[in-house]
Ligand binder design. Structure first.
Ligand code: PEP
Length: 250
């Protein structure tokens, strides 16, 4: 299909500075000769240093979240220009922990997506259903609400620069990976929703990553699926060996 493939690691709120720098060194060493696109999302305080270490390599750096305003009295938040200034190319928007632990709504997520494009940051937009939503047959509805919400008012030109991560909430950090078939079906659904909004061409060229308990021993089956263009990895991206094994999947 010729879509971009991305192998992304979300470090969440883990690692000391020393551990973070050590992990990046290990990744850079292990990625010598590899041309795959890798994105890491370190904790905010280390992003600038890590972005500087990764400049000119296959690793890009992103922030795990940001506010949508350019600046203001928003204690504890970081702005899009700060994300840019730190040397980050990407930002994660709407990660399930932001939606379900911190109460981010589709409306707020849309504001952040708009802000990302306004400031030239590429958003990786996370969507995915809760376990009871899947069990009640509501996965399609949830994905539709989240995709339509995230892209409300976004031009096709901007939308063409986005990446989607399908991350079923029941699979994140639980060790319960979605089967390749479940993930592939959901990715097809995401693409159909993008096609309804922007047409088949854009839908077919947008990378859709899978996230949720991806490990070295389950990556092959997922990666073999047509609609899965890479992965967003949490736990297994915290160690160079396991993340490198995932990135090097054949
Ligand atoms: C994530 O944080 O996006 C994630 C998928 O975590 P894990 O791989 O640990 O399930």
């Amino acid at each position: 299909m010729g879509r971009r493939e991305i192998f992304a690691g979300n470090w969440k709120m883990y690692k000391t500075r020393e551990e973070a720098v050590g992990l990046v060194r290990g990744l850079l060493e292990g990625l010598k000769g590899i041309s795959r696109e890798v994105v890491i999302f370190p904790p905010y305080p280390y992003a600038a240093e890590i972005a500087a270490m990764c400049r000119g390599t296959v690793i890009s750096v992103g922030m795990q979240n940001m506010h949508f305003e350019k600046e203001g009295a928003f204690t504890g938040e970081i702005s899009p220009p700060m994300v840019k200034d730190s040397g980050c190319r990407y930002v994660l928007i709407g990660h399930s922990e932001r939606r379900h632990v911190f109460g981010e709504t589709d409306d707020l997520i849309n504001k952040k997506v708009r802000a990302a494009f306004e400031f030239g940051i590429e958003p990786i937009i996370c969507v995915g259903e809760l376990l009871d939503e899947r069990e009640n047959g509501q996965t399609g509805q949830v994905l539709s609400r989240q995709i339509k919400g995230a892209f409300d008012g976004i031009s096709a030109e901007n939308a063409s620069r986005s990446v989607i991560a399908y991350e079923p909430v029941w699979a994140i950090g639980t060790g319960k990976v979605a089967t390749p078939e479940i993930a592939d079906d959901a990715h097809r659904e995401v693409r159909n929703l993008l096609s309804d909004l922007y047409g088949r061409g854009l839908a077919d060229s947008t990378p859709v990553l899978y996230g949720g308990s991806v490990k070295p021993d389950n990556i092959s089956g997922l990666y073999a699926k047509d609609n899965i263009d890479g992965v967003l990895v949490g736990g297994a991206s915290l160690k160079a060996d396991s993340f490198l094994e995932i990135i090097k999947v054949k």
